[in-house]
Design a protein around this ligand. Structure first.
Ligand code: CP3
Length: 345
């Protein structure tokens, strides 16, 4: 029997069904853990590579060919839509996104204009080419969530405590909500463009939302993430919502309008299922450092995740955060085989 895209294990699990095997993919499955990625990126800056259709297609395909994962994630970065509308920023190797002029005033909001389809033609072209090449393997489009993007914009770069971001949030809520409203519109447009070009699902990355209490998340962030997720609701593709250290936020992040809630490794998956509540699938949650241990240990931990996932309405196996650059690709290949062969019927 040939599997169609719509019957793929990944999309079935997103819809709360139980496919023949548990689908698996890895956040950051493309990237520095792969020698073929490092070879291709030689001499090309990160952001430049995100606007080169041929490179985006090839880098996205690399882990799919190598591992036989159940989904591809579009190769890009959360700051790409901001770069596309002209925000002055770069991705500095070993550091992450760095913004030339940190955003802290009303006057700076004008630069956050709507995305034009023309701003991202190389990107939508890459989505179209990938959908053809991937066949029955779904492509996940993604965007950064308003809080995580705002953190880079307000701090000017990566931050441990998000102090300046929270200072703005607490001291000038009007400006905060205006800024997040603009970023949410842009993130929503970026997701929409990817789905219209053929992506089968979307993931909203709120990587740093775990820095917030539930009360602050609900007041200052959730309405904006909900707006992003709502902006693609009519397109009918599954929406995954993920953050790190979000054990206390899992229910609220689902309630923001997600079909699938991504879970990091700190909360056992069956407990995460309870916190998320009925009507949504979960994705996760093996500790990304576990794959550095002997194979027997990795398999034992993966089995615990798969067993805990039985209580979910749909379970997509993943790591609890992105693949670390030092990861041995062969360890991930063995893990994919283990998940595919594990009987959860
Ligand atoms: O395979 C995939 O998952 C798709 C690719 C992807 C990248 N960035 C490529 C990338 C995805 C989904 C992202 C999202 C992203 N970018 C997030 C959310 C996901 C998460 O990990 O929490 C965040 C917070 C960023 C911001 C960012 N961009 C960081 C923190 C870094 C790493 C900086 C460093 O050098 O350590 C980047 C750069 C980046 N984005 C790289 C890749 C492959 C490394 C750049 C390189 O290869 O030179």
């Amino acid at each position: 029997m040939t599997v169609t895209l719509n019957d793929s294990a990944f999309l079935q699990a997103c819809r709360g069904q139980r496919p023949a095997h548990t689908p698996v993919w890895f956040m950051r499955q493309a990237g520095r853990s792969l020698p073929e990625y490092l070879a291709l990126r030689e001499g090309t800056a990160m952001l430049e590579s995100c606007f080169r259709t041929d490179m985006v297609v090839e880098i996205t395909m690399q882990p799919v060919r190598r591992y036989g994962v159940d989904a591809a994630i579009f190769f890009s970065d959360i700051v790409v839509p901001l770069k596309a509308i002209g925000v002055d920023l770069d991705i500095v190797p070993g550091t992450g996104p760095v913004v030339a002029e940190p955003v802290r005033s009303w006057a700076q909001l004008d630069q956050f204009r709507d995305i034009d389809a023309d701003d991202v033609t190389p990107i939508t072209d890459a989505v179209k080419a990938l959908v053809g090449e991937l066949g029955s393997t779904p492509l996940i489009g993604f965007a950064g969530a308003p809080f995580t993007l705002a953190s880079y914009l307000v701090e000017g770069g990566p931050s441990r405590d998000h102090r300046l971001t929270k200072q703005l949030m607490y001291s000038d809520p009007q400006l905060w909500h205006a800024l997040l409203g603009r970023i949410a519109a842009i993130a929503g447009q970026f997701l929409r463009l990817q789905v219209e070009a053929g992506a089968s699902a979307v993931q909203l990355f709120d990587s740093w939302a775990g820095a917030l209490s539930l009360a602050d998340y609900d007041t200052y962030v959730k309405p904006h993430s909900a707006a992003v997720l709502a902006s693609v609701a009519d397109l009918g593709v599954p929406r995954i919502h993920f953050g790190v250290g979000t054990g206390e936020l899992l229910h609220s992040m689902g309630d923001a309008g997600a079909d699938v809630v991504g879970v990091d490794w700190r909360v056992p998956l069956d407990e995460a299922v309870r916190r998320v509540g009925p009507g949504r699938a979960v994705q996760g949650n093996l500790d990304p450092t576990a794959v550095f241990a002997p194979t027997e240990f990795v398999h034992a931990r993966a089995a615990e995740v798969l067993e805990a996932g039985r209580s979910a309405e749909g379970h997509i196996f993943n790591l609890g955060h992105g693949v670390l650059p030092a990861t041995d690709p062969d360890a991930l290949a063995r893990l994919v085989d283990f998940v595919h062969e594990y009987d959860v019927s």
